[in-house]
Design a protein around this ligand. Structure first.
Ligand SMILES: CC(C)(COP(=O)(O)OP(=O)(O)OC[C@H]1O[C@@H](n2cnc3c(N)ncnc32)[C@H](O)[C@@H]1OP(=O)(O)O)[C@@H](O)C(=O)NCCC(=O)NCCS
Length: 183
């Protein structure tokens, strides 16, 4: 049995990490995650490699893939990032970007932006909501850049406007919500 919070010694993890250190300059491809052990495991390993993300079991990740839109980013067939997206319950609700994460060795080459663009294209009629910690400069700059790229207007909204669970954080965490208005 593997420790749910410690994937570092799971078979294949070390080899994947080594491949990440020598990623070719290939294009990033985005695809929808499938409800398979393999994609659940890729998510788990990326969660382990990214700071500010919780590490979930493969089963939990597979279940998440079944309930939400999960996008995977790949470079040369290796997964390097993912994005979890939740559609609002009503027609006027936004699309909630619950998490976007890219492994450190693939950052600053447009992977985060590609994931958000693909998420935005999933339901183009909806505005987009997300939450960030104030001190997460990378996430805040990424969101600004993303809003600009889709011609949207990024604005802070009240913490009470959306449920924390829709935005992908737990009560007691200090994320602050934003909305990109694209109407
Ligand atoms: C935030 C994160 C997803 C960005 O991913 P990324 O693939 O590096 O982002 P991109 O390469 O698409 O960056 C697009 C733009 O965002 C901004 N940006 C991204 N990272 C930045 C950083 N560390 N500092 C300043 N600006 C940054 C830049 O404007 C960048 O464009 P540029 O490289 O042409 O200047 C990544 O740093 C990450 O996974 N962090 C840990 C998890 C996390 O905090 N997720 C967000 C909370 S949900």
């Amino acid at each position: 049995m593997f420790n749910a919070s410690s994937p570092f010694h799971e078979p294949g993890f070390g080899a994947w990490k080594q491949e990440l250190e020598a990623l070719p300059p290939s294009e990033v491809l985005i695809r929808e995650a499938e409800q398979t052990v393999r994609d659940g495991c890729w998510m788990r390993w990326m969660q382990a490699d990214c700071e500010s993300t919780y590490i979930h079991s493969v089963e939990d990740n597979v279940s998440k893939i079944g309930k939400h839109l999960v996008l995977l980013a790949e470079i040369a067939d290796y997964p390097v990032g993912f994005c979890c997206v939740l559609a609002g319950r009503t027609d006027s609700d936004p699309l909630f970007i619950q998490l976007v994460a890219v492994v450190p060795s693939a950052r600053r080459r447009g992977v985060g932006l590609s994931l958000l663009s693909a998420a935005a294209g999933w339901q183009p009629q909806r505005n987009i909501a997300m939450a960030t910690l104030d001190d997460n400069v990378a996430a805040r700059r990424l969101n600004e850049r993303f809003a600009k790229s889709i011609g949207g207007n990024l604005q802070r909204v009240l913490v009470s406007r959306f449920r924390p669970s829709d935005l992908g954080f737990a009560p007691g965490e200090h994320h602050r919500p934003w909305m990109i208005n694209r109407q």
